[in-house]
Design a binder for this molecule. Structure first.
Ligand SMILES: Cc1cc2nc3c(=O)[nH]c(=O)nc-3n(C[C@H](O)[C@H](O)[C@H](O)COP(=O)(O)OP(=O)(O)OC[C@H]3O[C@@H](n4cnc5c(N)ncnc54)[C@H](O)[C@@H]3O)c2cc1C
Length: 435
């Protein structure tokens, strides 16, 4: 599509909203309209519910949605990572089966990557998938799985070959979560929420048709997943339910709500802080907080807010670069590491200035606290951004090696068959002997 100038793009989006946005619709109806029009995920290709636009055009579209108070595209890990991964690595049947469900918000997906002994070193995952006819049987444990309790499916990295070196023996599956072989246990965080979970697989089953790529190709799909994860949200933002609500609620329930009710609520509450995408426009942003009655508006704080504003503007540009690099198939390289790190910086600035602007009240939680306690919540959630999707240290390693040309980390286990490795707390071969 040739949307020449941003004025022309604004006009096109406005014309679409004039025609289609209707507060009497349900969320599900609206997401389907968005998916069919391509305006929900404008950077996706036209054959898959997008418009084939560049990432640099997203902010213009976002701005129109926000100004009009329009609900954005469905969020979540499936939309941010799963769909784009299938477009790159999936079979035509997998694309056909899943991409509509993601674009139209019919399903939400979670990410079964990290394990108790394999976080930064994801390639050492020990969860195993063994072929049984047309299916694979999965045994093992994942941890820190965000949103697993409400997810319909998960992107699963599991070991399919014990003889191959660790990066070469992985499979990448799209597995149904609601089945007898999968047990999800919530993990309580210091925010009081239980946003992520530990997940146990005991003879869980996944059809061979849901293996993305060939057995042993899982690492490539995992790296693509991380590239999209680090580069941030895929769809048009607009107003939303808030990340916490989205993570806690089944898609079928969100889809049944009336748009009018959703939009009214989103205007009356401070939206929950999204540590992965700290922004400048929400009521919780320091840029808004400093305008609240009674806020501390001293000169040093004004300077901090300006620093935050600049950081977010730079983040947006980094995010566009990272998303463009990921869409060009450049993997989880420098651009995605830079955007991940710049979000950590913005989150830390936000963590420090939010409470400073509100004073002691900024430490309170609960409905009677200033901003419904959301500022204290965001302070408590802040450390997570430096860990989720790959820690700051890992991003520094990538930049050191790939941009600065520093020597690679020693990797003595890279070419060793996985069965001969000592991983986590158990020797892989011993684990194989037990199973
Ligand atoms: C909010 C949140 C949500 C998450 N959601 C998900 C999810 O949905 N699905 C999922 O699979 N995972 C999820 N994770 C897990 C996340 O991906 C891991 O926590 C992360 O990759 C780090 O792994 P780890 O916790 O095992 O720490 P480790 O890898 O054990 O690291 C411990 C420390 O050692 C450092 N370190 C490790 N290796 C190196 C190295 N080579 N060089 C320098 N320092 C190093 C790390 O930086 C860290 O400080 C989530 C985490 C958080 C915080």
């Amino acid at each position: 599509m040739a949307s020449g100038s941003s004025d022309q793009l604004r006009e096109e989006v406005t014309a679409f909203l004039d025609q289609e946005w209707d507060l009497d619709l349900t969320v599900g109806d609206w997401w389907e309209r968005l998916a069919r029009s391509g305006w929900g995920f404008p950077t996706w290709p036209t054959e898959w519910f997008g418009k084939g636009l560049g990432t640099d055009q997203l902010p213009t579209i976002d701005a129109v949605f926000k100004e009009r108070g329009v609900l954005g595209a469905p969020g979540g890990l499936g939309q941010m990572m799963g769909g784009p991964v299938l477009m790159r690595h999936g079979s035509p049947q997998q694309q056909e089966r899943h991409l509509w469900n993601l674009a139209a918000g019919v399903e939400s997906w979670c990410q079964f990557f990290s394990e108790p002994g394999s976080g930064s070193d994801l390639a050492s995952a020990q969860t195993r998938a063994v072929r049984d006819g047309d299916e694979w049987v999965v045994n093992g444990q994942k941890v820190w799985t965000s949103g697993a309790r409400t997810a319909d499916r998960g992107m699963l990295v599991a070991r399919v070959n014990m003889e191959a070196p660790k990066h070469a023996g992985l499979g990448y599956f799209v597995i149904e979560v609601d089945q007898p072989g999968i047990e999800v246990r919530p993990l309580k965080q210091m925010t009081g929420d239980a946003h992520f979970n530990e997940v146990f697989f005991t003879d869980a089953r996944v059809p061979d048709a849901e293996l993305v790529g060939r057995p042993g190709d899982g690492w490539a799909a995992a790296v693509t997943t991380l590239a999209f994860e680090r580069s941030g949200r895929a769809g048009v933002v607009g107003v939303g339910f808030g990340r916490e609500v989205e993570a806690r609620t089944r898609r079928s329930e969100l889809r049944a709500r009336k748009l009018g009710e959703v939009v009214e609520r989103s205007g009356s509450r401070p939206t929950s802080f999204d540590a992965r995408n700290p922004g400048i426009s929400g009521r919780l942003s320091p840029v808004s907080l400093i305008k609240e009655p009674g806020a501390n508006r001293s000169d040093p704080l004004r300077q901090d807010v300006t620093r935050y504003y600049i950081q977010i503007r730079v983040n947006t540009m980094n995010q566009q670069r990272a998303r463009a690099a990921a869409e060009a198939g450049k993997g989880a390289g420098p651009a995605s590491s830079i955007t991940k790190l710049s979000r950590s910086v913005a989150t830390r600035i936000n963590r420090d200035i939010g409470p400073a602007i509100l004073g002691a009240g900024g430490m309170l939680v609960g409905p009677d606290a200033p901003m419904g306690g959301a500022v204290a919540q965001s302070t408590l959630a802040a450390p997570s951004i430096s860990i989720a999707g790959g820690t700051d240290e890992i991003q520094h390693n990538i930049l050191g090696e790939r941009v600065l040309g520093l020597p690679r980390e020693p990797q003595v286990d890279r070419d060793v068959p996985f069965k001969d490795l000592k991983v986590g707390t158990i020797r892989a071969e011993a684990q194989r002997g037990e199973s």
